[in-house]
Each structure stands twice: as structure tokens, then as C-alpha cells.
Ligand binder design. Structure first.
Ligand code: ADP
Ligand code: MG
Length: 142
């Protein structure tokens, strides 16, 4: 599925719809340049799960857990990960193979650790179409 959004709000709403339909055990891998809208997507997705806490990029930790929604949400930002072993140290398998949902910003950094059924989301800026336009490609969601 490929969508184009024209504002952060639209990306939020798209992600909110996806979050509403999400099921336990899913992993969503997000990629896209800095400022593409990965965190905005995560915020919308969390709203779809009815998470009540404020969702931001987990700056000081690799993973932030949100447990106020319908399904536990584990929000990863693996930008600073240099070796997959660093994820092993935080016990990522508990998150990936548990019954919550994982959203992973900069998932390309840990490509080799992602299970085959991972849902891949790539957000691209489209400067030729306007500053706020994004192309959002979603693969693996039926
Ligand atoms: P990332 O997490 O990918 O680094 P953020 O989600 O933190 O990016 O930031 C995206 C920025 O781009 C925000 O300031 C947001 O308001 C802005 N923006 C503009 N248009 C869009 C859009 N169509 N979708 C998402 N964000 C957008
Ligand atoms: Mg971010």
C-alpha cells in the first residue's frame, strides 16, 4: 500500500487508523530520513491504540513502553545502535516475540534481527511536491 499525506495531521490520522486495527505480536519497522515523520506516525498509531501517555522519541533509552492502551506498545528508536548485540543486551526478544506491539524507528539499523513477518513502513519526503508532502509505503499489512 502506498499513501501520500499532505500534512503531519494526515500522517497522524493514517497511523491512527492502522493502530486501531493492530493486533498483538505485530512488529512495525519504520524507516525514513530525520524529520520524515516516523515519530508523528508513532504518535498517531499510539492514539489508535488509545494510549493515554504522551509519545515522543525515546531519546535516552532504546525502548519506551506504553501500557495504558488496548495493547502494550513498545516504541524503539534504534538510531544509535551500532551492533545488533546492543539490542540483545536489552533483551529485545522479550519485546519482539511477546504479545505487545513493537514500533521501531530507524529499523534499517537492525534489519537482520527483524522477523520475516515484520510490517515495513517507509516514509519519504517529496520536496518536489511540497514541504509537507510525504510518501508512505506500507508492506506486509494485509
Ligand atoms: P522523524 O521521527 O522521522 O525524525 P518526526 O516525526 O519527529 O520525524 O518529525 C516530522 C516533522 O515533519 C514534524 O515537525 C512534522 O510536523 C513535519 N511534517 C510535515 N509534514 C508532514 C507529514 N506529511 N507527515 C509527517 N510529518 C510531517
Ligand atoms: Mg523520530
Amino acid at each position: 500500500m502506498v499513501k501520500e499525506t499532505g500534512s503531519a495531521e494526515e500522517t497522524f490520522l493514517l497511523a491512527e487508523q492502522i493502530g486501531k486495527q493492530a493486533v498483538p505480536g505485530q512488529i512495525y519497522a519504520l524507516d525514513g530520513d530525520l524529520g520524515a515523520g516516523k515519530t508523528v506516525f508513532c504518535q498517531g498509531f499510539a492514539a489508535g491504540l488509545e494510549v493515554r501517555e504522551l509519545v515522543n522519541s525515546p531519546t535516552f533509552t532504546i525502548v519506551q513502553e506504553y501500557t495504558t492502551g488496548k495493547i502494550p506498545l513498545y516504541h524503539f528508536d534504534v538510531y544509535r545502535i551500532e551492533e545488533p548485540e546492543e539490542l540483545e543486551e536489552i533483551g529485545y526478544e522479550e519485546y519482539f516475540f511477546g504479545s505487545g506491539i513493537c514500533l521501531i524507528e530507524w529499523a534499517g539499523q537492525i534489519r537482520e534481527l527483524l522477523p520475516e513477518q515484520t510490517i515495513c513502513i517507509r516514509i519519504c519526503k517529496m520536496p518536489e511536491k511540497g514541504q509537507d508532502v510525504r510518501r508512505i509505503e506500507i508492506e506486509g499489512l494485509e
